[in-house]
Write a protein that binds this ligand. Sequence first.
Ligand SMILES: CC(C)(COP(=O)(O)OP(=O)(O)OC[C@H]1O[C@@H](n2cnc3c(N)ncnc32)[C@H](O)[C@@H]1OP(=O)(O)O)[C@@H](O)C(=O)NCCC(=O)NCCS
Length: 196
Amino acid sequence: MVKNYNEILYNNQRIETSRMVLRKFTPDDAVDMLEYASDAKAIKYQGWDGCSTLEEAKLEIVNNYWAKSHANFWAVELKDTGKMIGSFDLQIFYTQDRAGFGVMLNRKYWGKGYGTEGLAVLMKLCFEKLNVNRMSAGHFAGNEASGRVMEKCGMKLEGITADGAIIKGAFLDVFIYGITRKMYYEIRGAMNDKKL
Ligand SMILES: CC(C)(COP(=O)(O)OP(=O)(O)OC[C@H]1O[C@@H](n2cnc3c(N)ncnc32)[C@H](O)[C@@H]1OP(=O)(O)O)[C@@H](O)C(=O)NCCC(=O)NCCS
């Protein structure tokens, strides 16, 4: 049965966690976005080259995240300060009932649990509303924090593809993590207890 994934995504363009609001990007986010998009260390493991000017950041938002059709991109706003510190995105593979995701956070805010808190809420959306059967993502060798975030959300390392990607001109091994709907429901209680 074909599901109406897009309608569910449109209806979830604002998602609250305990410390963050995931919401749609607006062109006004360009200033905060430039802070992480121009940070070579933050974008080191991204296929993306980032942005170096405010104009480029605005174009990135308007062209790639702002349109109504792009309901799979969320800006991350901190509830306490209103600062926009990064993004989460979902990719839905309709014919395989599977979701992938991406995350990018301003380096000043790493190590404070925001990545884990955001992934946990996207997992809830994927398994409990979009009803996908599987979520998976890969991180590149050297970016172990990303693997740790996935582990903390109950995903399992399934394998490593040697030289699986070329990032910034270099071959890197790719560490593939995954979780099925069945696995998610087995750990959901424990995740809720952690208040993620
Ligand atoms: C990857 C990223 C999203 C993590 O977000 P975060 O908010 O810092 O993550 P959290 O604070 O929730 O958790 C980070 C975990 O990684 C651990 N960690 C950090 N550096 C590590 C390293 N070098 N090796 C192993 N674990 C590491 C932290 O200790 C923490 O685990 P813990 O809670 O058990 O101590 C963030 O670093 C980021 O945006 N990086 C740039 C973009 C990127 O690489 N995205 C992922 C693409 S696959």
